[in-house]
Design a binder for this molecule. Sequence first.
Ligand SMILES: *Cc1c(COP(=O)(O)O)cnc(C)c1O
Length: 348
Amino acid sequence: MFSLSKVIRPHILSLTPYSSARDEYSGSEGTFLDANENPFGSVISGNYNRYPDPYQSVVKEKLATIKKVRPTQIFLGNGSDEAIDLVIRATCEPQQDNILILPPTYGMYKVCADVQNIAVKQVPLTPDFQVDTKKVLETADANTKIIWICSPNNPSGNIIERASILHILDNFKTGLVVVDEAYIDFASEESFTQLLDKYPNLVVMQTFSKAWGLAALRLGMAFASEEIIKILNKIKYPYNLNGVTQKLLYAALGKEEKKDKYVKQVLKERERLHKKLADLSIVKHIFPSDSNQLLVKFTDANAIFHYLIEQKIITRLRSSVILCENCIRISVGTKKENEILLKALKKY
Ligand SMILES: *Cc1c(COP(=O)(O)O)cnc(C)c1O
């Protein structure tokens, strides 16, 4: 049986959070003399003089409809990176607890743990970038507070088999299972957000940085039980999402069809890029992708990466990463950008 109070650090459970002016009075009408703001306005045009809603209720209401969850199951952060950091800080006691990651994967899980002096257990993915669930469950110990599953995975690009994730959710009850779905918009699989009511140990993360095209705004989402979201809200900076970002997000949420159109374009370009890359003799293998990245094995990734840099074409060299020997990760660009890359590779 999963018990959240055994997973959250005891002092976080009992901590009294900062109570902001907007916590103590959350109405929007009235004469506001409570937050020491400038009552006249801002020094630049636009009204930025009032503190924003600390819980982003208006945007969460709209997002909840799109994601088919309840607003109380949503945490919004300054990038997913904020959510990653907070989930670790809520659960892991430094020098005592640990997290478990499945390399090759997104780098921030380990960095956030390292910053807090929290041990990181690693169970590599299989050569086809799937999860060795038996090994994962054997490696997790009584102090493992989080198992991170990135699906579709970065840098390999593939979706993790649904049955593997379910198996871990069903059998790891002493901590949280975080499914990072930063690239879910590009995949044909359904999101794990629809299983939140079934799995109190589940946290799903998504982001506006990829398919939605809002990386500069820094907007990440975490979906979990109302109890977990309450803990994250308790330890976040009170006004973690600024008012400008909240307004822009509200507008963006009305443009879901445009996001879907971008996704279609990316998928079409990904297929084209894949086909053309496969024709090149310097390309040894292209891993199947359910995202907007292609992990490509070359004859000599280091030399090719630096050759591309000389042409001002910037890709991500992954050759020193486990299971990614001689690999370069390529983000799918526009047709024009992909052509520039292909032309340079042909000349190599
Ligand atoms: C890009 C990416 C993110 C997004 O992080 P943000 O802080 O929201 O920009 C999260 N997880 C993975 C696996 C990613 O590749």
